[in-house]
Design a protein around this ligand. Structure first.
Ligand code: A3P
Length: 306
């Protein structure tokens, strides 16, 4: 596939949410996706800890068997529902349509865009949220290294787009927003539904603070009992360092012309509080003010340090 075909997709709106333009081409198939009760959905705003949670879930489902979990890279084991990146690429929906349930499915869709069949079938849903300052920093570095994502531009403008992003059509290009839309609406959407639906709502910061506790919560939600040994094994296999070294969990299978590792690694730092190295005091003050106003109708206990 020609390199040019893969570089820097533009965004297009679906029901008010900006998505990568090629994703819109397969949108009708995604919307009609048939989920089954045995399927499990892991859904997040991008860069909230999706890959980490996927690895934990796969290990739980395989009794902590590291060899079994190394059978294939993350995106093959647990396909990405709405992803479609370029002409000739293999959309997530095509992978999923060929798989039998039970499937573990990744998505970044906001709650209103999720295929209805997830709710109708009663599939379990794990949502992971990350404090917005670390989330935007991680997304910025990801957009710098992922040649499929729109060009992030300078940090200050990126932060503004994250805070105030509105998808506007400028000639034929949608601009001023990040792919998958507003972080604020995303985290609120799932938070408000979590007690009415089969949703386990997790926080990146809790996972960092006490991985064993959070892995147990996930196991319980999935109906699995973990012995002390298996739990400890899963904790060790899913540390940042262990996953960074694991070719089946670190996205090293993605070619360098798509993920430019000279710019940033996919598993970059994996910390809580890296935002302090990025937001200036002025940016931090403006962010705080906007955060308090925007989140006042839905208080979610985010932690910016642990
Ligand atoms: P950073 O960019 O802050 O390092 P996603 O999988 O949703 O794209 O999220 C990626 C973020 O999760 C990256 O954050 C990555 O380093 C972090 N991450 C992945 N695995 C992790 C782990 N085992 N422990 C801590 N952070 C992890």
């Amino acid at each position: 596939m020609a390199f040019q075909e893969l570089t820097r997709c533009t965004l297009q709106e679906v029901e008010g949410i900006p998505l990568l333009k090629p994703m819109v081409k397969t949108w009708e198939r995604v919307k009609a996706f048939q989920a089954f009760p045995e399927d499990l959905l892991i859904v997040t705003y991008p860069k909230a800890g999706t890959t980490w949670t996927q690895e934990i879930v796969d290990l739980i489902l395989h009794g902590g068997d590291a060899e079994e979990v190394r059978r294939a890279p993350t995106d093959i084991r647990m396909p990405f529902l709405e992803i479609n990146t370029a002409k000739g690429s293999h959309p997530g929906i095509s992978q999923l349509e060929k798989m039998d349930p039970p499937r573990v499915i990744k998505s970044h869709l906001p709650i209103q865009l999720l295929p209805k069949s997830f709710w109708e079938s009663g599939s379990k849903v794990i949502y992971v949220a990350r404090n917005p300052k670390d989330n935007v920093v991680s997304y910025f570095h990801f957009d710098r290294m992922n040649m499929i994502q729109p060009e992030p531009g300078p940090w200050s403008g990126y932060l503004k787009k994250f805070m105030e992003g509105q998808c506007e059509c400028f000639w034929i290009e949608y601009v001023n927003a990040l792919c998958w839309g507003s972080w604020y609406e995303h985290v609120k959407g799932y938070w408000q539904e979590k007690d009415k639906r089969n949703i386990l709502y997790l926080f990146f910061e809790d996972m960092k603070e006490n991985p064993a506790r959070e892995i147990q919560r996930i196991a319980k939600f999935l109906g699995h009992h973990l012995s002390e040994d298996i739990l400890n094994n899963i904790v060790q296999l899913t540390t940042f360092d262990a996953m960074r070294e694991n070719p089946m969990a670190n996205y090293s299978s993605i070619p360098g012309n798509i993920f430019d590792r000279k710019v940033s690694d996919f598993l970059r730092k994996g910390e809580v509080g890296d935002w302090k190295n990025h937001l200036s005091p002025e940016e931090n003050a403006a962010f705080e003010k906007h955060y308090v106003e925007t989140m006042s109708d839905c208080e979610i206990p985010f932690r910016f340090v642990i």
